[in-house]
Design a protein. Structure first.
Length: 284
């Protein structure tokens, strides 16, 4: 089910600073009804690190209920700098989670051999398929195509969210020699169109909170080989993504969603600060 466009949901807050569960449900329903293939709960866009355990459970429960009702995949973000803690979090995933998005260990920089051993150990214990979240500009750890390909041969490693900040040689190598059953999902919104053109199965895209149908159409157009339509859509949506990422994610996105009446406040939790009015206006 790791194909198409998956939306990593923001976590809306009420004016009192609580998680706005009704707004989570409203957004989840809207993006799935507009063509998203699935949701990601507790990703970077969802400010997972700023939520307490009860809040994280509420977000997962709400998203799981919506996904079950629509037959969509729910992927849950799981993070941890050491293998034991991450494995414990995976085993504790609630019913309704269909996959887990797991970051490459951050800050420790264990090397590629360490990354491979980490995910191999997790794959032996996880109750749901793993999606490796490769984002070296946050984790400080590069992972090459050969390592990802070896990990992709494990039956419990379903794919990779590839977010290296551009199109690099490893992306070309990985997409040029794919592993059966191991899907490459674009994780950098700006580059989803060229990644799809090269053979990516889809994307996990914060920008797809907006114009969800057009992002889904973009994936369909590349899959169908409709190059003129895909190229035009890709250029138009890249401009939107650039505007939404003008300040730290998800600050501009939350500002736009609030301006459109889709979430009760544009608030984020420290150390993030709300986006400037100028950036929100540009994205609108």
């Amino acid at each position: 089910m790791l194909t198409g466009i998956h939306v990593p949901l923001v976590t809306p807050f009420t004016p009192e600073g609580e998680v706005a569960a009704d707004a989570v449900e409203k957004l989840a329903c809207q993006v799935l009804d507009d063509g998203a293939a699935g949701l990601v709960a507790l990703g970077t866009t969802g400010e997972a690190a700023a939520l307490d355990p009860d809040e994280r459970a509420l977000v997962i429960e709400t998203c799981a209920r919506v996904c079950e009702g629509r037959g969509a995949l729910l992927t849950v973000g799981v993070s941890g700098s050491d293998t034991r803690t991450t494995a414990r979090a995976l085993r504790a995933l609630p019913e309704g989670a269909g996959a887990a998005l797991v970051t490459v260990p951050s800050f420790l920089r264990p090397g590629e051999r360490g990354v491979e051993a980490h995910f191999t150990a997790l794959a032996e214990e996880t109750p749901v398929p793993l999606v490796i979240y490769h984002i070296p500009y946050r984790t400080g750890q590069q992972v090459g195509a050969a390592t990802l390909r070896r990990l992709g041969e494990h039956p419990m490693v379903a794919g990779v969210k590839y977010a290296t900040g551009g199109l690099d040689q490893d992306a070309l190598d990985l997409l040029g020699d794919p592993v059966d059953g191991f899907e490459v999902l674009c994780g950098d919104d700006l580059y989803v169109s060229p990644m799809l053109a090269l053979g990516a199965a889809g994307g996990i895209l914060a920008s797809a909170h907006l114009r969800t149908r057009e992002f889904a159409d973009l994936a369909d157009a590349w899959q169908a080989g409709d190059v003129p339509r895909a190229r035009a859509l890709g250029h138009r949506l890249a401009a939107l993504s650039a505007a939404l990422f003008a300040e730290p994610n998800p600050t501009v996105l939350k500002g736009v969603l609030h301006a459109r009446g889709l979430i009760p406040t544009p608030d984020v939790r420290l150390p993030l600060l709300p986006a400037s009015p100028e950036s929100v206006a540009a994205a609108l």
